[in-house]
Design a protein around this ligand. Structure first.
Ligand code: AP5
Length: 228
């Protein structure tokens, strides 16, 4: 069995990919395997919406429409989270950056921390399959573990494999119409970051159309090499 492969120095990773590519699923796997912290701006924004903060109130309608929340709000949320002590070994950025402005802000934050982005991994998928992945997704309300009606079901129906919780939730933006908007936003504003990181010499591409375990194996190999 694989143990935790903690990097020797701070290692920060970026996961790029359209909605449904598997960023959250794979980030949780990498978190356990490499002792890094998953930082999902989607999760941070959903928590802000739930808590009713000023940022959450501004983000709610934008998220429900499948558009991108303003760079200003997202960068501020990310900056605060990165400053917390548990991020010291490094983080897996899931859903950030999503625009060139965010990528440049991240470079500045990394420089201030004396750190860098070790690898940016593009999860490559066909858009057509993403609606099926997203419309079948559900999540444990207790620990956030993600599942799918077909592709990843809990061992015991209705019970989380990780924490034993029995309350499962589905996201408000996981409907076919919003997924179309999210895919459009990805191609217009986020896909250009693949070239951005390629230009910096830190891009890796992974075929994410394979099953979850095969993608996990490919990603583990990329990350192991990057953090060695
Ligand atoms: P966010 O929460 O980041 O959502 P997303 O990018 O749309 O990505 P998803 O969480 O939908 O997909 P995923 O790639 O994580 O897939 P998952 O692993 O769950 O953002 C939501 C919203 O917040 C945005 O629309 C925007 O409004 C706002 N936002 C967030 N960050 C922002 C930012 N930086 N700037 C501006 N706005 C921001 O997998 C999906 C399903 O498929 C699961 O059920 C899973 O079990 C299954 N699955 C996974 N991999 C496979 C596989 N290989 N084969 C079969 N099934 C699979």
């Amino acid at each position: 069995m694989d143990g935790i492969d903690t990097p020797r120095t701070q290692a920060n990773l970026v996961l790029l990919g359209p909605p449904g590519a598997g960023k959250g699923t794979q980030a949780r796997m990498l978190e356990e395997k490499f002792g890094l912290v998953q930082l999902s701006t989607g999760d941070l924004l959903r928590a802000a919406v739930k808590a009713g903060t000023e940022a959450g109130l501004q983000a709610k309608a934008v998220m429900e429409a499948g558009d991108l929340v303003s760079d200003e709000i997202v960068i501020a949320i990310l900056r605060d989270r990165l400053a917390e002590p548990d991020c010291a070994n490094g983080v897996i950025l899931d859903g950030f950056p999503r625009t060139t402005v965010q990528a440049e802000a991240l470079d500045g934050l990394m420089e201030d921390m004396g750190a860098d982005i070790r690898v940016a991994i593009s999860l490559e998928v066909d858009d057509a399959a993403m609606v099926t992945r997203i419309s079948g997704r559900f999540t444990c309300a207790g620990c956030g573990e993600g599942y799918h009606d077909t592709f990843k079901t809990p061992a015991v129906d209705g019970t989380c494999d990780k924490c034993g919780g029995t309350e499962m939730t589905r996201r408000a933006d996981d409907n076919a119409e919003t997924v179309e908007s999210r895919l459009r936003a990805y191609h217009a504003q986020t896909a250009p970051l693949i070239d951005y990181y390629d230009g910096k010499g830190v891009l890796a591409r992974v075929d994410a159309m394979r099953d979850i375990d095969a993608v996990a194996q490919a990603l583990t190999a990329v990350v192991r090499e990057a953090v060695a």
